[in-house]
Design a protein around this ligand. Sequence first.
Ligand SMILES: [Cu+2]
Length: 156
Amino acid sequence: MIGVGIAIVSIIISGVALAMQAGLNDRIKALSSTTDGSTQQKAIEVGAPGNDPNEFWIFTQELNADEEAVGIPVAVYSLPEITVHKGDNVTIHFYNPAEEADDRHTFTMLAPYEMNHDLAGGENQTFSLTADKVGRYTYYCTYDLPSMIGQLEVLP
Ligand SMILES: [Cu+2]
């Protein structure tokens, strides 16, 4: 008699567990299905503590290499990728920490985010843009192509 009772209780418990699992599956499906019926994994994004996700600091840097021996410019941006979302107001703090004033670098973009910030060594500038066009856009230094580039990615 007790054995039958235990069997009935465990059948009820596993039934409830199955129903909960089914409900959970429906919720996951609802979160990931799109209007055309295909499924899509939503990207997880994790920031750094106290960091505004739309504010970026970028330094110019001359690599420790013989530019003439290498044959192309050996300068880079400290941050070669910026990822934001459509509609974000993005702030960039751009620093050229070179000791010589004539070691110039630029942060330049073509349309639709057209801009050209040209800094002498020791200078910095803060500027903003509204990320209203989705896509990948290259930023580059007019003095150090083809190597001194980065990508602004604007996600939908
Ligand atoms: Cu440069």
